[in-house]
Write a protein that binds this ligand. Structure first.
Ligand code: HEC
Length: 470
């Protein structure tokens, strides 16, 4: 239950989505050279066995080889997750790995299931974009559906790597004890971590190190201020196992979001010399989403690495944006059976800015949006976050066309968006409550029922999370 306070505009309940720039450990960028690589590959015969087949069949993609055409894309866009002991269920690190998985690769690629990159890139450009071009997708599918030859290792050229973001680790917070999830396939749990700093600090960089990588599906660190510490520690104490059960939030509305992580995410360094203030006496609550669908449960002890500063040039803030009425008055009526329940809201938040961001910005000021994340639960289908400027022009911050609760992310804009008083911020979410996207509880879909705003699996949310600075 969201608590009726004005902070609700920023319902901490809201489980802000994971992952900073979603990802790609390795390469990114360079679509141009990647495309060039695959198109030249299509014509160049690099494997002796492939040549005659190609010539004989005309358009058969026999000329494509692993080393020349496919390996550069796999190393840049797949191997970061598909590494042995990694988060993905199998490795894609060698010709043998890829050859064995070629059928399922072709299916996953054709269905656009892989690589996971939910944002519509026509909306905006993000750092660490892990999407692949249509040409790269076609190359990989053609190779996988053809003879899938290995080719000559000497013809391999790596795609230029995505510049890695690194942070200086000033503080590491680790779960006090290891926890083995018991619910399958999904379990959501909150772990309270001590902050132990005597003076005000600013978090300027954030990273998560999953303990048992294959089962850690998301992690979000919430900042719980001194006033709410008793609430989380009593929830923790009331649950005999380590941590406590939580889903849409951490159980404290005013908790703000320090950082979030999903598999493949890079460490994030906060933009524009900014940081998030943490008062002494606070606690950090780490919300973990465990998924044991394709890996066995085992003890996990995840930790959070932080880069800290005593002072920052610019105070940043997390702006959690939604319709306060959805939260306060339960007006987000998603009707049972409705295949497309549209919930949208648009407002100029600047007159109430300090309340949306817990005081880090003052009312009436312009601000810049550096990253955007959308949060819905399982009935979510698609959604958009945008600025509609006073002159009617629009800036799309994030558009997700095929929402998956399992692939939430925070997407860092390559170029910050400017919001001025008089502009409006808009959020729109589409939900399918006809049955296809019913929430699973212990692996079983719930029966179709009306849904409304709330923290639990049965409830829904439609929330935008922005990292903003003046
Ligand atoms: C951000 C991490 C990540 C990246 C990057 C990634 N994968 Fe995956 N992949 C996964 C996970 C996790 C699964 C297991 C299914 C799931 O959770 O969606 C998976 C599943 C698969 C599957 C099996 C699908 C099925 O239906 O069983 C294939 C094939 C696959 N990936 C291929 C690729 C290829 C090819 C690339 C690169 C173009 C890629 N993946 C990039 C994480 C990733």
């Amino acid at each position: 239950m969201p608590t009726p306070s004005i902070d609700v505009a920023a319902p901490s309940a809201a489980r802000p989505p994971p992952s900073r720039p979603a990802v790609a450990l390795l390469a990114a960028a360079l679509f141009a050279s990647a495309a060039a690589c695959s198109s030249s590959g299509a014509g160049a015969v690099t494997s002796p066995d492939a040549a005659p087949i190609d010539a004989a069949l005309g358009d058969a993609p026999a000329a494509l080889t692993w080393h020349h055409d496919v390996r550069p894309i796999v190393e840049a866009r797949c191997a970061g997750c598909h590494v042995s002991g990694g988060f993905a269920p199998f490795a894609l690190q060698s010709y043998g790995d890829a050859f064995d998985k070629r059928d399922v690769m072709a299916i996953a690629l054709a269905g656009k299931l892989m690589p996971p990159w939910p944002p519509n890139d026509a909306c905006n450009a993000y750092t660490h974009d892990r999407s692949i071009t249509d040409a790269q997708r076609a190359t990989m599918i053609d190779w996988a559906r053809g003879p899938a030859v290995e080719g000559d290792p000497a013809t391999f050229t790596a795609l230029p790597a995505d510049p890695l973001t690194t942070i200086r680790v000033d503080k590491t917070l680790k779960m006090a004890t290891a926890y083995t999830p018991i619910e399958t396939p999904d379990e959501y749990r909150c772990f309270v971590m001590d902050w132990n700093e005597a003076t005000t600090k600013y978090v300027t960089g954030f990273d998560v190190r999953p303990g048992l990588t294959p089962i850690v599906h998301h992690a979000i660190a919430f900042l719980v201020g001194p006033a709410d510490v008793a609430t989380v520690t009593s929830m923790d104490a009331a649950d005999p196992a380590p941590g406590y059960k939580c889903f849409g939030g951490v159980g404290v509305n005013a908790a703000s979001w320090l950082g979030a992580w999903a598999p493949g995410a890079m460490p994030s360094s906060f933009p524009a010399s900014s940081g998030l203030e943490v008062a002494p006496g606070s606690k950090i609550v780490l919300q973990l989403h465990y998924n044991t669908a394709s890996a066995a449960a085992g003890p996990d002890q995840t930790s959070v690495d932080l880069q800290l500063a005593d002072a920052v040039a610019v105070k940043g803030a997390v702006l959690k944006f939604t319709n306060p009425s959805w939260v306060l008055n339960h007006t987000m009526n998603i009707k049972a059976g409705d295949p497309d329940s549209v919930q949208s809201f648009m407002v100029d938040p600047s007159p109430y800015l300090s309340r949306f961001v817990g005081g880090a910005l003052t009312d009436g000021m312009p601000f810049r949006i550096h990253s955007a994340a959308l949060h819905m639960h399982s009935r979510g289908v698609k959604g958009t976050l945008q600025i509609v400027h006073a002159d009617g022009s629009r800036d799309c911050a994030l558009q997700i066309d095929d929402w998956s609760f399992h692939w939430q992310g925070t997407y860092e804009l390559q170029k910050a968006l400017q919001f001025k008083p008089g502009d409006q911020l808009g959020i729109e979410c589409h939900f399918d409550d006809s049955g296809a996207r019913q929430p699973l509880v212990s692996g079983m879909p719930l029966s179709v029922a009306d849904a409304n705003w709330g923290e639990t699996t049965e409830d829904e949310m439609c929330l935008g999370v922005f990292y903003v600075t003046p």
